[in-house]
Write a protein that binds this ligand. Structure first.
Ligand code: Z5A
Length: 215
């Protein structure tokens, strides 16, 4: 038990479709609980507030009569994110709660930047306006080959607008993830191509190690 030595943290799980983020978020919550950390809030992006969930629907649904412009998509995502960070995340962190988020800012740099081609300079400017100097304490990046990830995602059915994009979109998205994660000292990378048991064991080992460093 490390409980009394910890300061609360903001943990983010990232990766492309089918990487296993939902499984990882649940597992990390369990690992925290095993270590005496029970005041944990789980969120997802875009979403987790009433307004942000409405934006999530706009982002994910197929618009047959009107194409969403890339910059519109980016602004909608940052609007949802700002709403979530200001109304849920910051107040919860102030109260000493831990947060586990299924996606955050890195998704925008990877999808809208790497995938859709918006420049990092433009995204960084919007980031600065919306989030200022607010960053996660830890990003857990689940790295999966797009062919494997999409196969897993498609096998569930109900494919959304973004999942319908060409495989090259996801190849570019993953490349940008890898580029950015390699420069992020507050990150852990997991090989998510392996079977679920191996992935979960790796997450368990790496999160336990990270928790020890936090004490
Ligand atoms: N988006 C964006 O473009 N920009 C942004 O800034 C943000 C988001 C924040 C959110 O939709 C969409 O928003 C997303 C990016 C965009 N694009 N799309 N579409 P979402 O939340 O529905 O999509 P997602 O985040 O990618 O969810 P996902 O596809 O469900 O991925 P996941 O959560 O990583 O996977 P999972 O549900 O844990 O697992 C998927 C399936 O694979 C499931 O049946 C598992 O049992 C299976 N699985 C998972 N891991 C394994 C392993 N290791 N082996 C075998 N099978 C596995």
């Amino acid at each position: 038990m490390y409980k009394k030595f910890f300061n609360n943290k903001f943990i983010v799980v990232e990766g492309i479709e089918g990487a296993g983020k939902k499984h990882a978020c649940l597992l990390i919550k369990q690992i925290l609980k095993m270590n005496g950390i029970k005041n944990v809030i789980s969120i997802r992006e875009p979403g987790s507030t009433a307004i942000a969930e409405k934006i999530r629907i706009l982002i994910k649904e197929q618009h047959y009569k009107e194409k969403i412009i890339n910059i519109t998509e980016l602004l909608l995502i940052y609007a949802a994110r700002t709403q979530l960070i200001e109304t849920i995340v910051k107040p919860a962190l102030k109260k000493g709660k831990w947060i586990i988020s299924d996606r955050h800012d890195l998704s925008s740099f990877a999808y809208q930047g790497g995938g859709s081609g918006i420049s990092s300079k433009t995204i960084s400017k919007i980031r600065k306006i919306c989030l200022k100097n607010f960053y996660p304490d830890l990003t857990v990046y689940l790295d999966v080959d797009p062919e494997i990830g999409l196969k897993r995602a498609f096998s569930r059915g109900n494919v959304d607008r973004i999942e319908k994009k060409n495989i090259n979109f996801f190849i570019r998205t993953r490349e940008r993830y890898l580029e950015l994660i390699s420069k992020n000292p507050k990150s852990i990378t997991i090989n998510a191509n392996k079977n679920l048991y191996i992935v979960q064991q790796t997450i368990l080992k790496k999160i336990k190690k990270w928790l020890k460093i936090q004490t």
